[in-house]
Design a protein around this ligand. Structure first.
Ligand SMILES: *Cc1c(COP(=O)(O)O)cnc(C)c1O
Length: 417
């Protein structure tokens, strides 16, 4: 059981802060994402506290959870944003984040997105290749602007995590190889509309061992030294995101302080501002996905299934990464049964748990899929004609609907026929 200060049993009913999840489901229906504002705030303050000795700037990675209220909550605590597309830039701006606190990333930026970022006045664009630098230089010239850019380095560090979320390995598509950097630096004289202000990396996600950061940062520092020798005035060293969270109480995440202990001494006295881009760390454990048990069934082998009203269209992580999410019943049950918890989608990969001890809840009861705040709603889809769920944010005893449930009309509104 993943008990926290923010999702806990009171009177044998799972609550978010002071609000019963039973009540939320009755009011807003299911599936429903429920976010604890206090949990969000605590994650952010814990992160900031760990790195307080380091001149730094935390850019929340919007792709983990792009709900406007989530972005705004973190922005109010001082975070900037790391965005990955024109759409995420629009969201961050709509949430009220100042453009000069936004950094624009992405392995394949289109010309219109580059222009949008430049015209908005973002802090910097992170370039991932020479052709992209050429494109930014040209577009900046056309707009009469000088673009602040960072180069994303591929440090060739293979962090031990799920293969789909390791990004700092040289066989992956991300960043510029070390070997090409000297040449790339030498070409900057051909880019009058670019100002190189940062060096950047992001080695992956859900990385438990701080040594991967140490190895990658060591490489980044070598490149920083080279850039200084070449006369570049780098202002920002961006270490990326990837800091881990606990999904499974049996596999607790390395506390953020262990990362800070290693990184702060390496980065403290360089005369630059360090940028962090945490996504998952800030939001994963702040939300649950609330779902109702539609049917309990078993097959001829005696295998049990809980068929619930949420599926991979709301939370694809189990299907995509075989990731573990704790499943708790909203009504507390002492007994468990070994079962699969599956959704209504026509795919065998549509499951939340397989052959796991699940609280012995009855049909019609509610389950909470825990730790659903990161890469949950943002990866949702309309597959199978599904309507995107509602989202609420809880603050103590206060509840706010922060995203309305999609309607059938919205499902077809862009189609012409
Ligand atoms: C996804 C991503 C992040 C955030 O990763 P988390 O594991 O959620 O912290 C940060 N920076 C970049 C460039 C990313 O692509």
């Amino acid at each position: 059981m993943l008990d926290s200060n923010y999702f806990h049993y009171t009177a044998a009913t799972l609550h978010c802060d002071e609000v019963s999840l039973e009540k939320l489901a009755a009011t807003f229906g299911t599936p429903l994402f429920v976010t604890s504002r206090r949990s969000l705030i605590e994650s952010c303050l814990t992160f900031e506290h760990a790195f307080k000795e380091l001149p730094h700037f935390t850019c929340y990675s919007v792709k983990a959870n792009f709900n406007l209220t989530v972005i705004r909550t973190l922005a109010e605590l001082g975070c900037g944003c790391d965005v990955n597309s024109g759409g995420e830039l629009y969201r961050a701006l709509q949430a009220g984040v100042a453009a000069e606190k936004i950094i624009f990333a992405g392995v394949g930026k289109r010309a219109d997105e580059i222009a949008y970022a430049l015209q908005s006045g973002v802090l910097m664009l992170k370039a991932e290749s020479l052709p992209e630098l050429r494109a930014i230089n040209q577009i900046a010239g056309e707009l009469g602007k000088r673009a602040s850019v960072a180069i994303r380095i591929n440090p060739n560090v293979t962090a031990e995590t799920h293969p789909y979320i390791t990004t700092g390995d040289s066989k992956e598509k991300f960043g510029v190889d070390e070997a090409e950097l000297a040449e790339l630096f030498s070409l900057f004289s051909e880019f009058p509309n670019l100002k190189l202000v940062g060096l950047d990396m992001h080695i992956g996600s859900q990385i438990f061992d701080p040594e991967y950061y140490v190895a990658a940062t060591t490489k980044l520092l070598t490149i920083f030294k080279l850039s200084k020798e070449l006369g570049f005035a780098i202002e920002f060293l961006d270490i990326g995101g990837g800091f881990p969270v606990t999904y499974d109480p049996l596999k607790p995440a390395t506390p953020i302080e262990r990362f800070a202990e290693k990184l702060v001494p390496m980065l403290r006295s360089l005369g630059v501002k360090v940028i962090f881009e945490p996504g998952r760390y800030l939001v994963a454990n702040a939300s649950v996905l609330l779902t109702r048990i539609l049917y309990k069934k078993s097959n001829h082998t005696g295998k049990q299934f809980f068929v619930v009203d949420a599926g991979m269209t709301e939370l694809i992580r189990p299907a995509l990464y075989q990731s573990h999410h704790e499943i708790q019943s909203v009504k507390l049950h002492e007994k468990t049964v070994v079962a699969d918890v599956v959704g209504p989608i026509c795919e065998s990969s549509d499951f939340f748990a397989r052959q796991r001890a699940i609280p012995a809840a009855e049909e019609g009861e509610l389950l909470a899929v825990m730790s659903s705040g990161a890469y949950g709603a943002v990866m949702g889809s309309n597959y199978n004609g599904r309507l995107r769920p509602a989202e609420v944010m809880v603050n103590g005893s206060e509840v706010k609907l922060v995203r309305k449930r999609e309607t059938l009309e919205q499902l077809v509104e862009n189609e012409l026929f």
